[in-house]
Ligand binder design. Sequence first.
Ligand code: NAD
Length: 499
Amino acid sequence: MDRESASTDAKQARAIPVTVIPGDGVGPEIVRSATRIIDAAGVPIAWEEALAGAEVFRRGDSSGVPHETRDSIERTRVVLKGPLETPVGFGEKSANVTLRKLFETYANVRPARELPGVPTRYSGEGIDMIIVRENLEDLYAGIEHLETPDVAQGLKIITRKGSEKIIRYAFELARREGRSKVTCATKANIMKLTEGMFKHVFEEMAPEYPEIQAEHLIIDNVAHQMVKNPTQFDVIVTTNLNGDIISDLASGLVGGLGFASSGNYGDGIAIFEAVHGSAPKYAGKDVINPTALILSSVMMLRYLGQSAAADAIEQAVLVTLEEGRAVTQDLARQTGGDVEHAASTTGFTDQVIANLGRQPASVPVSVRVSDASVERRPEWTYGPERYAGIARELVGVDVMIESDLSAEALGDELSGMGGDALRLAMLESRGTKVYPPSGLTVDSVRWYRGRFVAAEGRALTEADLVGLLGRISERHRWTEVLRLQSFDGEPGFTKAQGE
Ligand code: NAD
């Protein structure tokens, strides 16, 4: 073996394996940009190229993520990916969401900070926030049903474990990065059990981090405050859908999707991607802004413990933006610049490579999101012993019923169906009590919830529930049944409006 190939082999042996998914639309162009820069910075990475997205769906794989790709990720545990498209008519689930779920990347981390050379309404104020979004639960569980031909229902799933994991992650991140405040953003005022659980866990955990200011704000107020006074925010932790919306809002504050980076972190696994999608109208034209994915790859290098290379690449990007010699179309458009002579994706990438080793004049490197080696892994105690001492009681049942009857007529009929174990406590329509009549007029959607509770002094049995359903189904079409339980005497269900 000659000396050169021996040293190449040695390099390969030291190289860090990373799965790289070029993705759809502009994906291959931005991924090429990021991998070229990482290679130019001298980081020894063994890229394992893998497929996912549109082409895979078209081949007939309805998950969009083939087995070879899953195997590669199992091996490397680190992914750099381009955006993935879900072509209409192929598969039902987004391949992006599938990847996040398959590998349990529960933390979606999206930094948003002011960048030099990217003028915005807030330039000079120093926006510098990190949004930590729960990535697996909430309405993204994607569990939806048509209860009637006209009534669709989606389940919002929030678990204590999921909430503890993401809130712990946010506090640990704040501590690691020397940040002073964590804001928890929920809609707990309306969704008392789901968003309320998230808020409750946040309040329980906050005292473990006495050096970090902890506050809770209602999510709509967060949106308002982000636009009015964005610099008040430092780290924001929130549930999945809230996080989806406010993190796009945050990217809008600092220059738009072309600059918005993200990492999806799980236990010993991470997926790095730009926030934006496949922007199909720009695909193959060499005009897209690769900054978002380059900054995501900087997050990846920090995760891999390659801090020096991460700093060098981040600084080279900042120098490039600051000097403005290579301005991509999106930025030229935003700033009223020369769109026709804007820098190509390749031109911008070349400039970043040329700027490796230089320091930006105006911006300190501040976002160091996650170095895996210092991540604290709490011990989870979610075995049966955790729940053994909790007293549960079956106190009633909610039965959803499709019906053309008026609330009054249906309520009168159901009142006689409880038997000696159950009595109809109320009927509600879309969360508002409509029976016994309260004088309110509520528009009928042909779908009601009958709430049956245990008759005075009666301990309920399974047979009582089965008997009730039998009687209801003789005359009505029930669509769903939910047990009403209390836990340590506290009701595990909400009341209807007006109940
Ligand atoms: P998009 O983000 O692809 O594009 C919206 C617009 O934003 C573009 O037309 C462009 O004007 C601008 N833009 C986005 N990225 C830019 C960049 N790097 N530089 C300059 N301008 C940029 O959103 P879309 O059009 O709603 O979605 C297209 C496809 O991407 C859909 O199939 C969607 O499902 C998918 N998608 C994937 C991901 C992901 O992989 N994580 C995220 C969002 C959307």
